[in-house]
Write a protein that binds this ligand. Structure first.
Ligand code: HEC
Ligand code: HEC
Length: 306
């Protein structure tokens, strides 16, 4: 446990669980998983944006999802392990990878799968804030501050439950994104006006620009109408867009900002649905990183990067 808590190099090393070396177990299977490199950078980007620790996750969080709890029968509420219900096949949040089966009959996730799980699980927690994390609230008894009505049942009667504690520690350990920035970091209007708004007008790889669908004003109109004879918003129009955009972001917290998470690919940690196209494959995208820096209050002025 202690070893897992120390922050070490994030990814790409062997992780030992209950004394067994994962990679040793997996020989021959790892090669079958596609796009290892992409998963790696995806998980890494999510880790650096959220501050959530991947090694701690693999050692202490994933085992909670596969833990047998007195029988695998779905009929006994609170009995089966989380992964019995929470896989890609199920129409519920927390879509975990399907377990692989080793030659010894044991089940496991490959490192690639763990990275994908990590990206998925990260979207259900509020970094630095266990009490506000969906992952911790759903299976927790209502009397203990849980959400209640979890279809899978109540797994934790109180916050003293070791599983809950382990999850809480993982979440609490994360520096809320932009931890280096003073609370309530100002989100700069000038940068929005000159650099962020540009994003709304461009379309990449045939994707429609945001302004195409978010251009008519209203609650989602962060790219409102541009006045006659111009091809860019003037200051007044920009202010109106800014007001709308501010309601779609959480200053200091890119990963909780709908403006950034909605058009981000699901596999990259983005929201589950967006009727518009997915603009960014992952949080590694330079454009996404620019927006994140702006939300964190790190970008100001009219000079746009790149
Ligand atoms: C018997 C099936 C089943 C089991 C077992 C189960 N769940 Fe669920 N869970 C569901 C279903 C179905 C939903 C979607 C409906 C809902 O929110 O209750 C759900 C929803 C959730 C959500 C989303 C809550 C939200 O805010 O939308 C989380 C997080 C979650 N479960 C975590 C867990 C964890 C952690 C475990 C194991 C400790 C677990 N579940 C075990 C069926 C299950
Ligand atoms: C093809 C049309 C289309 C394009 C292009 C589009 N969107 Fe959307 N967007 C929608 C629709 C429709 C909704 C409402 C339904 C939904 O949430 O998916 C929406 C919802 C949203 C929301 C959620 C608002 C809320 O109240 O939660 C955000 C944020 C958003 N879009 C941002 C963007 C950004 C940023 C871009 C450009 C990178 C973009 N959209 C491009 C159609 C589009």
């Amino acid at each position: 446990m202690t070893a897992a808590r120390t922050r070490r190099g994030l990814l790409g090393r062997q992780t030992t669980i209950a004394g067994r070396t994962r990679r040793g177990l997996l020989a021959g299977l790892v090669g079958a998983a596609a796009c290892g490199g992409q998963d790696e950078s995806g998980a890494e980007a999510v880790a650096s944006a959220t501050g959530l620790d991947f090694e701690y996750y693999v050692a202490n969080v994933e085992p909670i999802f596969t833990k047998e709890r007195g029988g695998f029968a779905v009929e006994s509420p609170g009995g089966p392990s989380c992964v019995m219900c929470h896989t890609w096949q199920a129409n519920a949040p927390l879509k975990l990878e399907r377990l692989e089966e080793g030659s010894d009959g044991g089940t496991f996730w490959t490192e690639e799968q763990s990275r994908r799980n990590f990206v998925e699980v990260a979207r259900l927690v509020a970094p630095g804030n266990p009490d506000d994390s969906r992952l911790l609230k759903a299976p927790l008894a209502r009397s203990a501050g849980g959400r209640g009505q979890h279809t899978g049942g109540t797994f934790w009667e109180s916050r003293d439950d070791p599983d809950w504690q382990a999850l809480a520690e993982w979440v609490a350990m994360a520096e809320p994104t932009g931890g280096s920035v003073a609370e309530g970091a100002p989100v700069d209007f000038e940068f929005f006006r000159h650099c962020v708004q540009r994003v709304f007008l461009t379309g990449e790889d045939g994707a429609l620009p945001c302004a195409e669908c978010h251009g008519s004003g209203g609650a989602m109109g962060f790219a409102g109408p541009i006045g006659e004879g111009r091809d860019f918003w003037n200051e007044e129009e920009s202010r109106r867009n800014f007001e709308v955009a501010l309601r779609l972001i959480e200053p200091g917290e890119p990963t909780r900002s709908r403006l950034l998470m909605h058009p981000l690919a699901y596999e990259g940690g983005g929201d589950y649905t967006h009727n518009g196209a997915r603009r960014w494959e992952s949080m590694d995208d330079p454009e996404w990183r620019m927006l994140a820096a702006w939300v964190r209050g790190e970008r100001t002025g009219s000079e746009c990067p790149g």
